[in-house]
Design a protein around this ligand. Structure first.
Ligand SMILES: O=P(O)(O)OC[C@H]1O[C@H](OP(=O)(O)OP(=O)(O)O)[C@H](O)[C@@H]1O
Ligand SMILES: Nc1ncnc2[nH]cnc12
Length: 179
């Protein structure tokens, strides 16, 4: 097996999951490898050295794994954005379209204070629907998004362009061609 030198080398592709025609970019193989996982967290943190970040917000579910590790490294708090009906307190909601389906995400309405500087984290940017919904929730609570950070971008699906058109700074570690 060739030596893994890049974060991308640790990501597995599963064909036709969860539907025919989808090339599922599986980060569990990256997370399971101590070198790969550390490399990903270090590289995601790198652009924010010296920047003020008050909280890391992670998108369910894989954004929790990354966001928890990044928040710990930055010594700041972590806030989850979850699929509808999972958070116990009072929430605000946002609906969005997925590459394959529709969904609603929620955040606790007291999770972010006005003016807090937020780093939004997820594993993968596809259409940008999930991240855009997350951005709206954070902004509705008065958070200021410093950047949106992902391991993977699927450029053909246009998510990065969508987020940049909303004025977001976007950081990705690698790209995959093909859906
Ligand atoms: O840019 P988009 O087109 O919105 O797609 C990206 C989202 O899709 C995946 O999550 P998924 O919705 O599969 O949820 P999961 O992490 O809970 O499995 C991925 O982890 C992102 O959150
Ligand atoms: N192609 C893909 N691989 C993994 N997660 C995804 N979420 C949306 N599209 C995806």
């Amino acid at each position: 097996m060739p030596k893994k030198t890049d974060v991308k080398d640790y990501i597995r592709t599963i064909v036709d999951f969860p539907h025919e025609g989808i090339m599922f970019r599986d980060v569990t193989t990256l997370f399971a490898d101590p070198r790969g996982f550390r490399m990903a967290i270090d590289q995601m943190l790198h652009p924010y050295a010296g920047e003020q970040i008050d909280k890391v917000v992670g998108l369910e579910a894989r954004g929790f794994i990354l966001g928890g590790a990044i928040a710990h490294q930055l010594s700041v708090g972590f806030v989850p954005i979850r699929k509808k009906g999972k958070l116990p307190g009072t929430t605000i909601s946002q609906d969005y379209k997925l590459e394959y389906g529709e969904a609603i995400v929620e955040i606790h309405d007291d999770a972010i204070q006005q003016g807090e500087k937020i780093l939004l984290v997820d594993d993968l940017l596809a259409t940008g629907g999930t991240a855009s919904a997350g951005i709206k929730l954070i902004q509705r609570l008065g958070g200021e998004i410093v950047s949106c950070s992902f391991i993977i971008d699927l450029p053909e699906l246009g998510g990065r362009k969508l987020l940049e058109e909303q004025g977001m700074d976007v950081s990705v570690l690698c790209e995959f061609e093909g859906l």
